[in-house]
Design a protein around this ligand. Structure first.
Ligand SMILES: Cc1ncc(COP(=O)(O)O)c(C=O)c1O
Length: 341
């Protein structure tokens, strides 16, 4: 079944030649980083503030105050020495990336990014920024790692790589790939994957990796995703929900924006037309979200419990449910006003 799921993915994905299954997104990213280090013989990795890549030690890192920083640990129990190999810069900041490449010349194994950053609000990047990363990685012998644990099989079957037509060197998947059961995966070209044991010297294995129950769920899920029109319908539903909310809440006195891509959406209490970095989110705006969240719970609608979390529309949602949701959202937004926050 592992082979069946792999074949299903590789047949329809022009960016990958080989894939390895693990049991979670965290494990996928952790292994992919080891692979990037094994392939390049370099130690440092560059990540972006506001992107989440699971809970392995070297990725539980937040930026310091400079343009380019070694991260500070963002969790107890992670030694400083581990995060010293992780460089953190702001999203959408070319200058910082260039400076990091200059400061750490020939030391960066990979640049890891959520191509659709969706763990700290929805910080949609310009395609040009992603192309810039592609170029600077190629020029410096650094691998570009797209963490598609959220965007994979969600924006389209080939994830953000397919959506933007940008070829990463390594891709990681999770969530959808297991149809609700614990599955993660990392994939790359044959050449890069040849470093993984037993072909190559990089060790990675797992008792539960590729187990048949999880593989069966993944096969069922991805087969459903391959149905013609699946992604168009999902995007249509999402647009419908957003437009309904905007229409019904057009009289709201509180300024809000709903950012979206494919079936992902995020409500932000801002006047800005774009938010591209974690620093651009006003923490004070979360007070509105807290009220909205409580209001929606009262109406039987359970949003992710943080204003930094995105929402997802599912193929299973009906238009009736979307209408109900939009009405409740709009009522909630209209009930917010400055006096009682
Ligand atoms: C982009 C991204 N990478 C990695 C992970 C970690 O995946 P998991 O929770 O399956 O370990 C997540 C989880 O939300 C994620 O969103």
């Amino acid at each position: 079944m592992e082979n069946e799921l792999a074949e299903l993915i590789l047949t329809f994905n022009q960016f990958l030649e080989k894939i390895r299954f693990v049991s979670s997104g965290t494990e996928a990213v952790m292994s992919a980083i080891r692979l990037a280090r094994a392939y390049t013989g370099r130690n440092k990795i560059l990540k972006f503030e506001g992107c989440y890549h699971g809970h392995s030690d070297s990725l539980l890192v937040k930026a310091g105050s400079g343009l380019v920083t070694f991260g500070n640990t963002s969790s107890a129990g992670v030694p400083e020495s581990f995060v010293n190999e992780t460089i953190v810069v702001d999203l959408n900041n070319r200058e910082a990336v260039e400076q990091a490449f200059e400061t750490f010349k020939n030391q960066i194994a990979c640049v890891i990014i959520e191509p659709v950053p969706a763990n700290n609000g929805l910080l949609l990047q310009d395609k040009e920024f992603l192309l810039f990363l592609r170029d600077i990685c190629t020029q410096n012998g650094t691998l570009l790692l797209f963490d598609e644990v959220i965007s994979g099989f969600r924006l389209c079957f080939c994830g953000a790589a397919g959506y933007y037509s940008i070829k990463p060197d390594i891709v990681t998947y999770g969530k959808i790939i297991g149809g609700g059961l614990p599955v993660g995966a990392y994939g790359a070209s044959k050449e890069i994957m040849s470093r993984v044991s037993p072909d190559g010297p990089m060790y990675q294995a797992g008792t539960l990796s590729g187990n048949p129950v999880a593989m069966a769920a993944g096969i069922a899920q991805l087969t459903a995703c391959l149905r013609p029109g699946f992604y168009d319908e999902l995007a249509e539903k999402t647009n419908y929900l957003i437009e309904r909310i905007k229409h019904l809440a057009s009289q709201s006195t509180i300024k809000f924006k709903i950012f979206s891509i494919g079936s992902i959406f995020w409500i932000a209490f801002t006047q800005d037309n774009t938010i591209k970095s974690a620093a651009a989110i006003d923490p004070d705006s979360m007070k509105y979200f807290r009220k909205l969240h409580a209001f929606l719970l009262g109406r039987g609608i359970y949003l992710g419990p943080s204003g930094y979390e995105v929402g997802f529309v599912s193929e299973a949602h009906t238009y009736e449910q979307l209408d109900l949701t939009a009405t409740a959202f709009a009522d909630g937004l209209m009930s917010l006003n400055n006096d009682d926050i």
